[in-house]
Design a protein around this ligand. Structure first.
Ligand code: SF4
Length: 75
């Protein structure tokens, strides 16, 4: 699966880092930083989906790995 973070939407709430510290970090302004853009294991996929669900700014998306960087379905 692919994880997409929209830093323009991110408000720096940090829920993603608290939920999945192995996948997300925050920069000096508190905005989300992806530690990886692909999640290979079911456990990491669940954590990424939980983080996306909890994000108050709806800044995270988890999509199939075949989708492009904007989450649009691949060919
Ligand atoms: S939970 Fe959402 S708003 Fe908060 S830091 Fe992560 S991406 Fe940004």
């Amino acid at each position: 699966m692919r994880v997409i973070a929209d830093s323009d939407r991110c408000i720096g709430a940090g829920q993603c880092v608290l939920t999945a510290p192995g996948l997300f970090d925050q920069d000096e302004d508190g905005l989300v930083v992806l530690l990886t853009d692909t999640v290979a294991t079911e456990a990491d996929t669940k954590l990424a989906e939980e983080a996306a669900h909890l994000c108050p700014a709806a800044a995270l998306r988890v999509t199939p790995a075949t989708d492009d960087a904007e989450g649009q379905p691949g060919a």
